[in-house]
Every structure is written in structure tokens, then in C-alpha cells.
Design a protein around this ligand. Structure first.
Ligand SMILES: *[C@@H]1O[C@H](CO)[C@@H](O)[C@H](O)[C@H]1NC(C)=O
Ligand SMILES: *[C@@H]1O[C@H](CO)[C@@H](O)[C@H](O)[C@H]1NC(C)=O
Ligand SMILES: *[C@@H]1O[C@H](CO)[C@@H](O)[C@H](O)[C@H]1NC(C)=O
Ligand SMILES: *[C@@H]1O[C@H](CO)[C@@H](O)[C@H](O)[C@H]1NC(C)=O
Length: 634
């Protein structure tokens, strides 16, 4: 009896002790915060050692084998594996932290960002498999796999990119286009079974989603956009710019009939896929055979090559000009020390066909390896790269986990604005490359037309490739319908059709689809960078007074916001936030808007839109096409 009484009292006494403990020694929140801080501190230590590996790689690469720190620098693969292990462990350790109980908002945000992952959330064996599959798909695009004319003895096999793409860009023969189109698809499907690789990869994406507790797998694909049904927001933009797309499509279709009178044209208004690919590949090609609005010689764009070479002389000079662009906005000054220690030229054989400059991030330092090429396109590209450097400088002081862009593509969108501004006649005039700060009306239209082909045709393709993946992932498209569903999307959103009869055995997505399966180069990211880029550009141009709606002297397409401290402040403010806030909160700083919108694109291309509508009317072209359903009815 006596003993029993004590046993009954025991829980009460223990409970009392707990209450006393909570009111004196601390409370749960404090405990969780201390524990979380320990995890984050450990992670910070480890990321520092990864940065150190990156620094050694950069130094080794640029000193041609002489290792300044002794010993062999680690490989890129080692860095990648070490980063994976770190992120995987941190996410696992943080996943038990009850986020709502953390009172420090910055810590809460860090835990939210670090506790959910995409492919890196997979267990080691699965992660390895995902990397393997990505390598295989990369090889579909860049591997020398295709034997022209199916004769593998006569000529070396070619890669889709860049060899076949370059051949397609130049050929004037529809039969060649068609043959290359079919050959590549047949090669990767017969021997390497592209469809199965894709199916395996999607299975892994779905597993990664279950670890995040996402019932709808695309929530993990769109993880950093942190939006319910993000696809709907992307689609809304596609429809917003569709009236302009349809006019351009109608005009191009007319041009296609002229260029390829014998090609098998669809009579319902769509354009054949190999031809559409060719048009897109020719955006920078100087001998486009789809006519610009004013094809006669006097209206051609002034050649800037010679003056560019005279004025900018060396790639180093281009780098300095691009740096100066950002300095004029009031952003970071790049010291001579930076150029001496952290800006290095690539070897001639290194850059590959794109010769893309590379930015290295190992805080407190950032570094650059640049391409030794010298042309108009490189000049614009370097402005984008300098933007990335600036971004890294501004976010490097933020804690690990928040020292990144708020969502994939955000940094590219900012870079896009610098690319657009640096390519304007006004800016080229400032650099003494063009004599006049504006082109004639005809030249200006020709320029917009080229830019339009580049941008407007690409956006629906990003969307289609992204939607196809996401709809498969979420189970809205079943395996037997893969190919017909793909063509339904091409037809509906782009007015593009297969060049010949296709069956369920074929698997026809293009090479950009495979590239976009890697989250780092996803089509979602490219879509966002393009659209948000034009939104930002519009905002910076309005803020700088270089775009005055309604004033023909200051159209959006000739806006150079160089020297605008107002635009610079917006950029700096956004960069400094890193990912401490939702990307919508950050984009709002510049745009006043919280959603993606096609407004920037539409205002930029407004003169082209007007011209296309008039021209199509004159030529009696009815824009648009009749979308079909290619999936067989049950
Ligand atoms: C009181 O808190 C301390 C430190 O948080 C802990 O070690 C101890 O076990 C707690 N005591 C009780 C009775 O819960
Ligand atoms: C626990 O500590 C946190 C952080 O100091 C504080 O915000 C909270 O009010 C405390 N809770 C209790 C019950 O004392
Ligand atoms: C995660 O937790 C494990 C087990 O407590 C520990 O060994 C590891 O160091 C932790 N890792 C990180 C990055 O916090
Ligand atoms: C610059 O272009 C404008 C518009 O085409 C023209 O009116 C002006 O005469 C040109 N100036 C020079 C110096 O060529």
C-alpha cells in the first residue's frame, strides 16, 4: 500500500521536475536551437574544406600542373562527391528538427532550405545511378554516335551537338534535315534505348520526392520555386505571349514555304520539327536563309566585328569593359588584385564548342576563367558572367545554406539584363563600336527579328520539355502515350509537328530535352531566366529613365542602363538577400510584382509585333494552326 502510493506519485513528481527545469534551465525551443546550431556549425566547417578543394583546383588549373600548395589538387568528381555527402548528411540530421519551434527566422529558413533535397537526397547507390543515367543522356547529345547515311565504315560517327546541329544549320536541303532528324532518334532508341534511360531516371526523381514527403513528385522537381502548381504559372506566361508567337510562327511558315518549296508541309498550319530546329539554330548565323523583315543590303545590321576588334583588342579588355559596366551601376569594384590572382585565361583547346567562361566560388574569394575568343556574342556573354561574379561577391557573407540564389535561374535572369543592355546599339555606341546610338528603323526591325527568333521560339520549347517531364513524373502521361503526348504538346504550344508518321515505339524529344533533365540545366531554370530576365530588364530600364513608354527615342529594345545608380541599387539589394527570402519577395524589390509575367517580353518586342501583324495581313497569312490529338482513342 505504502509502496503503491509512492509509485502513483512518481509521475507527478517527475512532471513537476520537468516544469521546474523548463522554467529555470531552459525550454525546448532553446534546446532545439542549440542542437540545430551545432549541426549548422559542423556543416559550415565542412563546406569550408570543400571551398578549399575548389580553390586548389582553380590554382592548379591555372598554373599548368605546378601545384602551389603542394600535392595533387582534388578532382572535380571528388568535390562533387564530398558536396553530396555533406548535403545528404545535413539534410538527414536536420530532418528531425521541428522547424516551427525555432524562433530565429534566419535559422528557420536555413533549416527549410537544407532539409529538403532533389537528387542529392537519394541514398548513395541511387544517387550514383542517377549520375550514371545523366551521363548516359549527356552522351546522347555530345557523344559521337550517329553514322551519317547509316554507313559506319565510311565516316566517323558524329555527335548531335555540335556536329549535326552545325550541319543542320548550314544545309539547304530538306532531305538532309529529315535524315539527320530520323537518324539521331533511331540511334539513341535502337542501341541505347533512350526511353528506358528516361524511365529509370524518372523513377529516381520520384524516390527523391518521397524522401521530402511530397506526394506529388513534381513538388521536388520545383522544390526551390516553393509554389503550389508552379507549372500553371509557367503556362500562363506561354499563353500571355502566344499572340506574338503566333504572328512570328505564321510569318516563318510563309518563309519556310519559300525556302523549302518541296518539303512536306503540313496543311494545318504547323511547322515541321526539323525545320523549326533549323530556324532556332540559325539565330546567330550570319547567313540565315529565312528572310529578315528588310533583307536588302542597305538595311543589314552594321558589321561590328572589325570595330570590336579595334576597340576591345583583347579578351582582357572585354573583361574590363564588362566589369566597368557593373562599376558604373555602383556595384563592387574589381581590383587589380582580382585580375592578377583570380582571372585566368583558358587554354585554346579547353573551352569546347561553346567556350563558356567559368565562375568559381570559394568564399571569401571568387574567380574567373575566361575564353580567349573575341566577338560580339562573347562580349555580351562576358557581361552575364561578370554579373554572376558580382552576385557571388554580394552573397558570400551569408551563412551556408543561404548564400545562393533564391531559386534556380534567378542569377541567370539578372545576367540576362546585362547581356541585353550590352548588346544594344546605344551601348555599342558608348564603346565607340557603332557610330550612331540608334539603328535605322529597318535595321532595328531586323535586329528585333533575330532576337525574336532567338527568344520567342525558345520559350515554348522550354515549357514543352518541362511539362512533358513533369506530367510523366506525376503520372499524367502513361508509358504507352509518351510519344503521342509529346507531339500533342509540340502541336498545342508551338505549332510544331513530326516530319513523318510516328508510332508509340518511337521516342522523339529533342536533345535539349535530355539536357534539361539535369536539375542544374533544367528547362524550368531556362524558362525562368528568360522571362524574369525581361521583367528585370524592363524594371531597370524604367528606373534608369532609359525606357520611356511611348517615346520612340527610348524604346525598351535600345535601353542601356549603364551608369544608373537606381538600377544598380535594385541589383545590389536583390543580390545581398541571397536566399534568405522567398524569390517572390526578392523579385518584388525590382519589379513590384510577385509573379512571372510576359510583360517585359511583350514590351520589348512591341515594334516587331506591330510589323508582323501588318506584314501577315499584306501577305494574306492567317497565323495559327489547328492543334490535333495524336494519341489513339481507346
Ligand atoms: C533538466 O535539464 C537538464 C539540461 O537541459 C537535463 O540534463 C536534465 O536531465 C533535466 N532534468 C530533468 C529532471 O528533466
Ligand atoms: C523559450 O525560449 C525562446 C527563445 O529564447 C523564447 O522565445 C520562448 O518564449 C521561450 N519559451 C518559454 C516557454 O519560456
Ligand atoms: C550528422 O549526424 C551524425 C550522427 O550524429 C554525425 O556523425 C555527423 O557529423 C552529422 N553531420 C553533420 C554535417 O552535421
Ligand atoms: C543617327 O540616326 C538617326 C536616326 O536614324 C539619324 O536621324 C541621325 O542622322 C543619325 N546620326 C548620324 C550622326 O548618323
Amino acid at each position: 500500500m505504502w509502496l503503491q502510493g509512492w509509485l502513483l506519485l512518481l509521475p507527478i513528481l517527475l512532471g513537476l521536475a520537468n516544469i521546474i527545469n523548463a522554467s529555470t534551465a531552459g525550454n525546448h525551443t532553446l534546446n532545439y536551437e542549440a542542437k540545430t546550431q551545432r549541426i549548422l556549425d559542423r556543416a559550415t566547417q565542412r563546406i569550408r574544406s570543400i571551398y578549399d578543394m575548389k580553390r586548389r583546383i582553380f590554382l592548379q588549373l591555372t598554373l599548368k600542373g605546378k601545384s602551389p600548395l603542394g600535392g595533387q589538387a582534388p578532382s572535380k568528381l571528388e568535390v562533387e562527391m564530398e558536396t553530396y555527402r555533406l548535403l545528404y548528411e545535413v539534410a538527414a540530421n536536420l530532418s528531425v528538427v521541428p522547424v516551427e519551434q525555432l524562433s530565429d527566422p534566419l535559422m528557420r529558413r536555413r533549416v527549410q532550405r537544407l532539409s529538403k533535397l532533389q537528387l542529392q537526397g537519394l541514398r548513395p547507390a541511387d544517387y550514383e545511378q542517377a549520375k550514371d543515367l545523366l551521363r548516359t543522356m549527356h552522351n546522347f547529345v555530345n557523344g559521337p554516335l550517329v553514322c551519317p547515311g547509316e554507313d559506319c565504315s565510311a565516316r566517323k560517327p558524329l555527335a548531335m551537338y555540335p556536329q549535326i546541329m552545325n550541319m543542320n544549320m548550314r544545309t539547304k536541303n530538306y532531305k538532309d534535315l529529315l535524315e539527320n532528324w530520323v537518324n539521331w532518334r533511331r540511334t539513341i532508341n535502337d542501341k541505347i534505348t533512350a526511353k528506358n534511360t528516361f524511365i529509370d531516371y524518372v523513377r529516381l526523381l520520384r524516390i527523391a520526392a518521397t524522401y521530402n514527403g511530397h506526394v506529388t513528385p513534381s513538388r521536388t522537381w520545383y522544390l526551390y520555386y516553393d509554389t503550389e502548381n508552379f507549372q500553371a504559372e509557367l503556362e500562363a506566361v506561354v499563353w500571355e505571349i502566344m499572340p506574338l508567337y503566333r504572328e512570328l510562327h505564321g510569318y516563318l511558315r510563309h518563309e519556310v514555304q519559300r525556302a523549302y518549296p518541296k518539303a512536306d508541309m503540313k496543311n494545318d498550319g504547323a511547322i515541321s520539327a526539323p525545320i523549326m530546329d533549323q530556324i532556332l539554330s540559325q539565330d546567330w548565323y550570319s547567313h540565315q536563309f529565312f528572310q529578315t523583315p528588310h533583307p536588302s543590303k542597305e538595311h543589314q545590321l552594321p558589321s561590328v566585328v572589325r570595330r570590336l576588334e579595334e576597340v576591345l583588342v583583347t579578351p582582357v579588355k572585354i573583361n574590363k569593359k564588362a566589369t566597368e559596366f557593373f562599376e558604373s551601376l555602383g556595384l563592387n569594384h574589381m581590383s587589380d588584385g582580382f585580375y592578377d590572382r583570380y582571372a585566368r585565361r583558358m587554354n585554346d583547346d579547353e573551352g569546347g564548342p561553346d567556350c563558356k567562361p567559368q565562375v568559381y566560388y570559394f568564399p571569401p574569394d571568387v574567380a574567373l576563367r575566361y575564353c580567349p575568343k573575341l566577338d560580339y556574342k562573347k562580349m555580351m556573354q562576358v557581361h552575364g558572367v561578370m554579373c554572376e561574379l558580382q552576385y557571388n561577391l554580394y552573397k558570400r557573407n551569408l551563412p551556408f545554406g543561404l548564400d545562393s540564389e533564391p531559386c534556380p535561374g534567378f542569377g541567370n535572369a539578372l545576367a540576362e539584363t546585362a547581356v541585353l543592355a550590352s548588346g544594344t546599339p546605344r551601348h555599342l555606341h558608348r564603346l565607340h563600336i557603332l557610330l550612331n546610338e540608334s539603328l535605322t528603323e529597318e535595321q532595328s526591325l531586323n535586329r528585333l527579328f533575330r532576337m525574336g527568333v532567338h527568344t520567342l521560339l525558345a520559350v515554348p520549347q522550354y515549357f514543352i520539355n518541362d511539362k512533358f517531364l513533369v506530367d510523366v513524373m506525376d503520372g499524367r502521361i502513361v508509358v504507352k502515350d509518351y510519344n503521342c503526348a509529346y507531339w500533342n504538346l509540340q502541336d498545342k504550344y508551338a505549332g510544331v509537328q513530326a516530319p513523318l508518321w510516328r508510332t508509340a515505339k518511337d521516342f522523339d524529344p529533342d536533345f535539349k530535352f535530355y539536357r534539361g533533365l539535369n536539375p542544374e540545366t533544367s528547362n524550368t531554370k531556362k524558362f525562368l531566366a528568360e522571362i524574369l530576365g525581361f521583367q528585370f530588364y524592363r524594371s531597370f530600364c524604367l528606373a534608369s529613365g532609359q525606357y520611356k513608354p511611348g517615346d520612340p527615342k527610348f524604346p525598351l529594345h535600345n535601353c542601356d542602363f549603364y551608369d544608373s545608380k537606381a538600377a544598380g541599387k535594385m541589383i545590389k539589394d536583390m543580390m545581398e538577400f541571397g536566399s534568405t527570402k522567398h524569390w517572390r519577395d526578392i523579385m518584388e524589390i525590382a519589379t513590384g510584382e510577385r509573379k512571372l509575367s510576359g510583360r517585359g517580353v511583350l514590351e520589348y518586342f512591341a515594334p516587331l509585333f506591330t510589323w508582323l501583324k501588318e506584314r501577315n495581313k499584306q501577305l494574306d497569312i492567317e497565323p495559327g494552326w489547328d492543334a490535333e490529338d495524336f494519341c489513339p482513342k481507346e
